[in-house]
Design a protein around this ligand. Structure first.
Ligand SMILES: Nc1ncnc2c1ncn2[C@@H]1O[C@H](COP(=O)(O)O)[C@@H](OP(=O)(O)O)[C@H]1O
Ligand SMILES: [Mg+2]
Ligand SMILES: [Mg+2]
Ligand SMILES: [Mg+2]
Length: 358
């Protein structure tokens, strides 16, 4: 009888694929800082986005050829832009987990040539839905953060019949140490120096973990847990840096009503989910700025499972669980409230009061 835990292989491949793609995004991040990726060549984030998406999808294609993929980017722009395509191909070709790693072998596949690069990118165009296995991928979440030198994340999750079963978040600029406190504003001047780079993982029913991003199969995963909120007065809440992505003035009113005294921690990307899951922060609020914007599944699937498996609850502002089974967007949801299960109801109540939802 096999004793392998459910989704063990999916988890391992997802972690290694994210880890390998992060080698590419970190390289682009540094070349951006040095100015070697010039504006004529396209935005560095574009290069990082396409490169990371191609590397991750190539690993999924090789290991799980029958699974559908919903990814943020598509090849269209690269078909007509030969220069950009060959620049990205050059980076993708060179990115390896390293000679010492049997893991590179395990990932398999790879991208064969420039034509295959386009093909691989477009494998991410599935419409998603309620049936079967669907991977969802955001190769660089927090593009604004990436450009600003803030936080960003590589986010990959596996949905089965609309439910998140595996979630992996690579955060190159977050501290490795789960105990490290969050600065009040980490929207800028973040690095991937020594001591930075963490990968958060979760499998349904198996808890959530963290481990250093850069160590392939070598480092042990440590369990992570949300922190208990003993008093709201000392709780910290996270929100987007971008005021266009979340209503910050409503969030401030909610915090005040809850009795939270600390200013919000503004952070880009799903690093917010990872940070509260490891207890570095407590609450994540994402409040709609418009009636028409639909959140994308790749912006939330990995973070949703990691927080729930770390003892949290994640709903929208109406108190409904995030529904990843309706397509590429969270069309049935509005905003996100993530908090430790014990205080989620209290937070939701105040959110609904301020938003006029009750
Ligand atoms: N009007 C809007 N409201 C909410 N989210 C938005 C938005 N416009 C873009 N986004 C999403 O916000 C994500 C970043 O979230 P955050 O603000 O938490 O860092 C973006 O992901 P990408 O950066 O991958 O494009 C993008 O998908
Ligand atoms: Mg995103
Ligand atoms: Mg993105
Ligand atoms: Mg985007």
């Amino acid at each position: 009888m096999s004793t392998t835990a459910p989704y063990a292989r999916e988890l391992e491949i997802a972690q290694l694929a994210v880890q390998r793609a992060a080698i590419l995004t970190k390289r682009v991040f540094h070349e951006k800082a040095k100015g070697t990726v010039s504006k004529d060549d396209a935005s560095p984030v574009t290069i990082g986005d396409f490169g990371a998406q191609a590397l991750i999808i190539s690993a999924l294609r090789a290991n799980f050829p029958h699974d559908a993929i919903v990814a943020e980017e598509e090849a269209a722009q690269l078909r007509s832009d030969e220069k950009l395509r060959s620049l990205i191909w050059g980076l993708v070709k060179e990115t390896k987990l390293g000679d010492a790693h049997a893991e590179e072998e395990l990932l398999g596949g790879g991208v064969k040539d420039e034509a295959d690069l386009l093909e691989v990118l477009d494998l991410g165009r599935s419409e998603g839905g309620r049936v079967g296995r669907v991977w969802t991928l955001d190769p660089i979440d927090g593009t604004k953060g990436f450009l600003r030198g803030g936080q960003y994340a590589l986010a990959l999750a596996l949905l089965e019949d609309g439910d998140v079963k595996v979630g992996v978040l690579g955060c190159p600029n977050l501290p490795v140490d789960d105990e490290a406190p969050l600065a009040a504003d980490i929207g800028a001047n973040q690095t991937d120096d020594e001591g930075r780079g963490v990968i958060f993982s979760s499998v349904i029913g198996q808890g959530a973990t963290s481990r250093p991003l850069g160590t392939a199969g070598l480092a042990e995963s440590k369990p992570i847990q949300m922190k208990e909120v003993k008093e709201m007065a000392s709780a910290s809440f996270c929100e987007s840096v971008e005021s266009g992505h979340s209503n910050q003035s409503e969030a401030a009113q909610i915090a005040q009503k809850l009795g939270i005294t600390k200013p919000s921690v503004r952070m880009d990307s799903q690093a917010k989910y990872g940070s509260i899951a490891r207890g570095a922060g407590d609450i994540y609020l994402r409040l709609p700025t418009s009636k028409t914007y639909q959140e994308k599944i790749w912006d939330h699937a990995a973070g949703d499972l990691i927080v729930r498996e770390a003892g949290g609850q994640v709903t929208d502002t109406k108190g409904r669980r995030l529904d990843f089974g309706v397509g590429r967007t969270l069309a049935e949801n509005s905003g996100v409230i993530a908090a430790p299960a014990a205080v989620h109801g209290q937070v939701l109540e105040v959110v609904q009061e301020v938003l006029g939802l009750k």
